[in-house]
Design a protein around this ligand. Structure first.
Ligand SMILES: Cc1cc2nc3c(=O)[nH]c(=O)nc-3n(C[C@H](O)[C@H](O)[C@H](O)COP(=O)(O)O)c2cc1C
Length: 344
């Protein structure tokens, strides 16, 4: 469901049902039809968790679940691309339809349910691109029918480690029952304890990788404090704030507004930025933050940077605006930097 193919291509693809449009877009990108942009202005570069990002605008997880087109998306101007979520075994996800556009709101509701090709195929694809430049993260999750979720994450880490620039532990999808319960203090301590054991072994054997944690936007103050404390204590390198919301803002327009699933795009901007600010306050600079949720313009990306993000990610706005948005956002950030704006 992604219209990265230029403006005319975008409009045509949008006539298709959402999920078919996404498939067509991925196939077109695989065939080499994506845009290519020039090298980034060096002033846009940021360092995060020891990685050098040529610009701070990333592609959020879920667009390239199966690591089919990371290089095409880097060529389209993203400073980094997060592939996944990948689960150990392939899984079909929820019954279709499971992806809905809300045109009036420039939003999307999805209940995909981690449909993906599984770790073996994912890692094969990343292995094929090994040696190529560009920051490509691997976002890992648990199978829906797993009876040992910790082991799923451990396997994910072990398998993707050699083939990615960073690993994101995703505990925030609303579409895998029980997954977000891993965000509570006790469960998170246990999970990150396990993550650290695997991390220590992998680091000794294959060298270090940054590990990020991706959280949901539907958290109260106590949950934010607990996640900030536990993540910091366990040495997580950055928090990604946030995934989609199960909230439905009052007056949400569109025939699909009552569909179950996670809401993304414009209606998520204010909520996810507020949460980002809360994490920035709770962490007080102790850990970098990646701001995601509802970015649809340079001003939105700048609002996330001002709230405390060192980098941002987006997905849904591409559906509505196409890939030209990335360049527009980068130009806006550059102008903001020139006017005295500062990335923390
Ligand atoms: C269709 C769709 C699928 C997604 N799949 C994933 C996923 O597999 N893993 C994940 O961590 N986030 C996933 N996301 C969430 C995005 O990465 C992002 O956090 C969220 O959409 C908010 O950003 P946006 O408003 O710019 O889209 C998905 C989002 C959409 C719209």
């Amino acid at each position: 469901m992604m219209e990265t193919l230029g403006h005319a291509g975008s409009r045509l693809v949008r006539l298709l049902p959402a999920e078919s449009a996404h498939r067509v877009t991925i196939q077109a990108l695989r065939a080499g039809f994506g845009p290519r942009v020039q090298t980034d202005d060096p002033r846009l570069a940021v360092e995060l968790a020891g990685l050098h990002f040529p610009n701070p605008v990333g592609l959020a997880a879920g667009f390239d679940k199966n690591a089919e087109v990371p290089d095409a998306m880097l060529r389209a101007g993203f400073g980094f691309v997060e592939c996944g979520t990948v689960t150990p075994r392939p899984q079909a996800g929820n019954p279709k339809p499971r992806l809905f556009r809300l045109l009036e709101e420039q939003a999307v509701i999805n209940r995909m349910g981690f449909n993906n090709d599984g770790l073996a195929v994912f890692c094969d694809r990343l292995r094929e691109r090994s040696g190529r430049p560009g920051i490509v993260g691997a976002n890992i999750g648990a199978n829906k029918d797993s009876d040992d979720r910790m082991e799923d994450y451990a396997q994910g880490m072990r398998r993707v480690w050699l083939h990615c620039s960073y690993v994101t532990v995703n505990i925030s999808s609303p579409n895998t029952p029980g997954l977000r319960a891993l965000q509570t203090r006790g469960a998170l301590e246990e999970l990150l304890g396990g993550v650290n054991e695997v991390r220590a072994i992998q680091t000794r054997t294959h060298g270090p990788r940054p590990v990020f944690l991706k959280v949901a936007p539907d958290l109260d103050e106590d949950e934010v404090r607990a996640i900030a404390e536990v993540s910091r204590a366990s040495g997580i390198d950055a928090l990604i704030v946030s995934n989609t919301t199960i909230d439905r803002p009052q007056g949400l327009r569109g025939a699909a507004a009552t569909e179950a699933g996670g809401l993304s795009g414009r209606p998520l901007m204010a909520k996810s930025t507020r949460l980002l600010q809360e994490f920035a306050d709770a962490l007080d600079g102790a850990m970098p933050l990646i701001g995601v949720g509802g970015i649809a313009s340079a001003a939105d990306a700048i609002a996330k940077l001002e709230a405390g993000a060192r980098a941002v990610q987006l997905y849904t706005a591409l559906v509505w605006q196409g890939p030209g948005l990335v360049k527009q956002i980068k130009l806006g950030i550059l102008a903001w930097l020139e006017a005295g704006g500062r990335i923390r």
